[in-house]
Design a protein. Structure first.
Length: 492
C-alpha cells in the first residue's frame, strides 16, 4: 500500500495521489492522480479544488467507482457504512493525453511541464514527468518495470534526455511496494503458465478467475483467445454488472454521434468491449451472459454457473518459489477489493490509538494478539492518512448498512496477520474426478521486485530516490530513506 503523503519537495505547489490537507503546508495549486486504486485516493472525495489531472481512462473509471466507508457507532457497538462515489468530481477531474508534454502556468510567472507515461500496472495508470523552474522529477506511481517496459521508457523521445545523460532527474519517486531481492516471473511468463494449465482440461470445463481489483485485464483477453472455439469467435468472459459498467466506459461514444469512429481510452479496451470493423460491430470478450466457460464475477455477486461443482478456480499470486510454494497477494500495493465494493474504516485523525481501542465496546473481549495487531494497523493508517480496508464486502452488512463491531474487527485482525501467506504446492493438489487440480495458481505481479526497480533506476541515474511505500519495519532493520541515490540504499 502506498504511504506517499503527496508532497513533492521540488514543486511545493502540487500534490500527487494524496489529497488530504497538510496543516504545515500551503494548499496545492494543482493535483495529479496516477490511477484509481484505493490507496491513491485518500481525501479525493472531499476535494473541491484545484483541478486534478490524470489519464483519460483513469478519469472515466474514477467517475464510476462505488466504495463504502464506515464509521463507528459507539453507543450501538456497530459499524455504519455509507456509499462513496466520485461523480461530483466530474468538473474537477481533467484528462491529459499520454506521452505529450503539457505546459501549465499554475500561478503568475510559475510554469511547469507535465508528461504522462503508461505505468504497466492497471488501466489508466501513469507515471508523471514534471519539469520546471530548473527542477525535474519522475513519479512512478504503482509500476511494473519489466525489462521490455524499461527498454521502451529508455527510448521514449520525451525521456531520452534523462535516459542518455543529457539531463539528470533531481528525484525519482519510486514504487517500493516490494523490495525483497527476489526475481518475479514476468506477466507474460505467468500468463503462458496459466494457458498451459487450462489447456489440459476438457473442453466443457468452467473456470473462475478471481480478479479482485484492476490490473488483470490482460489475463481475461489471453484466456478468451486461448479457449476460443474453432469458428474463430473469442470465448466470452462473464463479469458482474459493476465490472461491465466500469470497463464499458473505456470505449466512450457520444449519444449525439453514435456512428462516429471508435475511441479506446486504454490498451486492450477494444478487446474487452468490442470495436467496429468497417460497418460491422465486433464484440469484445466481456459479457453479461452467464452461459460461458470463463467467469470473473465477484464472490458477493457470483452467478449460478460459477457456483456449480467442478468449477476450476484460477487465482493470481505474486510469484512462485522454486519449491512450488506460491506467495499470495492480500491487497498489498493497493487495489484492495475495488471490484467487490469492500468496506473501509474512515480515516482516524486522532493519534491516540490506545484511547481509541479502549473505547471500543468489545475491547475487553479481545485477546492480546488482536489488540496488538489492531494497534499496529491503526498506527500505520494514521501515519499514511489512508482508510483501512475491513476485508468485508458491503453484502456482509445488514439491510441498514450496519454490522457488529466485534466481528468486523476480528476479520480485520485476520487480514493483518495474513498480509502475505504462503500456499504450499500440496494445497493445489485437491484433485477433480478427472485427476486435474480444482485450483490453478499462476504468478502475475502488478508491482516490480527489487531487481526490476534497480533496472529502472539505472537508466535514469537520478540524484536522489524517494520511496513511495515505506514499511514501519524498515527502521528495525536499519533501512533509511534519506539521500538514497541508489535503490540499494533504500533496501539496506
Amino acid at each position: 500500500m502506498s504511504t506517499f503523503n503527496g508532497l513533492v519537495s521540488e514543486f511545493p505547489d502540487i500534490r500527487i495521489d494524496f489529497f488530504r490537507r497538510h496543516p504545515s503546508h500551503r494548499p496545492p495549486l494543482v493535483c495529479f492522480l496516477s490511477h484509481v486504486h484505493s490507496d491513491h485516493l485518500a481525501g479525493l472525495e472531499t476535494l473541491r479544488s484545484p483541478f486534478v489531472y490524470c489519464s483519460p481512462a483513469t478519469r472515466e473509471i474514477l467517475l464510476r467507482l462505488e466504495k463504502y466507508t464506515c464509521r463507528i457507532d459507539y453507543v450501538r457497538g456497530v459499524l455504519e457504512a455509507r456509499q462513496l462515489t466520485y461523480k461530483h468530481l466530474r468538473k474537477v477531474m481533467k484528462a491529459l493525453p499520454l506521452e505529450t508534454p503539457t505546459s501549465m502556468e499554475i500561478r503568475p510567472g510559475y510554469k511547469i511541464q507535465v508528461t504522462l507515461f503508461d505505468a504497466n500496472h492497471c488501466p489508466g495508470s501513469t507515471m508523471f514527468l514534471i519539469e520546471g523552474q530548473g527542477k525535474a522529477i519522475l513519479y512512478t506511481g504503482d509500476v511494473r518495470a519489466e525489462p521490455w517496459f524499461v527498454n521502451s521508457i529508455a527510448r521514449n523521445p520525451v525521456l531520452i534526455e534523462y535516459t542518455h545523460g543529457l539531463k539528470t532527474l533531481d528525484k525519482l519517486y519510486l514504487d517500493t511496494s516490494f523490495i525483497e531481492d527476489i526475481p518475479f516471473q514476468s506477466k507474460s511468463e505467468g500468463i503462458a503458465y496459466l494457458l498451459r494449465k487450462v489447456k489440459l482440461y476438457p473442453p466443457d470445463t468452467i473456470f473462475h478467475l478471481q480478479a479482485w481489483t484492476f490490473g488483470y485485464e490482460e489475463v481475461w483477453i489471453a484466456l478468451s483467445k486461448a479457449l476460443d472455439s474453432r469458428d474463430a469467435d473469442l470465448e466470452k468472459v462473464h463479469v458482474d454488472s459493476y465490472k461491465l459498467r466500469i470497463f464499458r466506459s473505456l470505449n466512450p461514444r457520444s449519444a449525439d454521434t453514435p456512428f462516429s469512429a471508435d475511441s479506446h481510452l486504454a490498451i486492450g479496451a477494444a478487446a474487452l468491449n468490442g470495436h467496429m470493423c468497417g460497418n460491422s460491430q465486433h464484440p469484445g470478450c466481456l459479457t453479461s451472459d452467464q452461459n460461458v466457460r470463463i467467469h470473473s464475477c465477484e464472490k458477493a455477486s457470483m452467478c449460478s454457473v460459477a457456483q456449480k461443482p467442478g468449477v476450476v478456480s484460477i487465482r493470481p499470486v505474486v510469484f512462485r518459489l522454486p519449491n512450488g510454494e506460491s506467495i499470495m497477494e492480500a491487497g498489498v500495493g493497493g487495489g484492495g477489493k475495488d471490484f467487490s465494493q469492500e468496506a473501509e474504516l474512515d480515516w482516524i485523525a486522532n493519534n491516540d490509538i490506545d484511547e481509541f481501542l479502549q473505547s471500543l465496546p468489545s475491547y475487553n473481549d479481545m485477546d492480546k494478539g488482536m489488540v496488538q495487531g489492531l494497534r499496529a494497523a491503526l498506527q500505520a493508517e494514521v501515519a499514511s492518512g489512508r482508510r483501512l480496508s475491513l476485508k468485508m464486502t458491503i453484502d456482509e452488512f445488514d439491510d441498514d448498512l450496519s454490522t457488529g463491531l466485534k466481528d468486523a474487527l476480528c476479520l480485520l485482525c485476520d487480514k493483518i496477520r495474513q498480509k502475505f501467506s504462503k500456499v504450499p504446492s500440496a494445497q493445489q493438489n485437491n484433485l477433480r474426478s478427472d485427476g486435474l487440480p480444482n485450483m490453478i495458481l499462476f504468478p502475475y505481479a502488478r508491482h516490480s521486485p527489487y531487481p526490476e526497480l534497480c533496472h529502472l533506476a539505472s537508466i535514469f541515474k537520478p540524484k536522489d530516490i524517494w520511496p513511495c511505500t515505506v514499511d514501519q519495519r524498515w527502521k528495525e532493520r536499519g533501512m533509511t530513506t534519506e539521500n538514497s541515490a541508489d535503490v540499494s540504499k533504500v533496501k539496506r
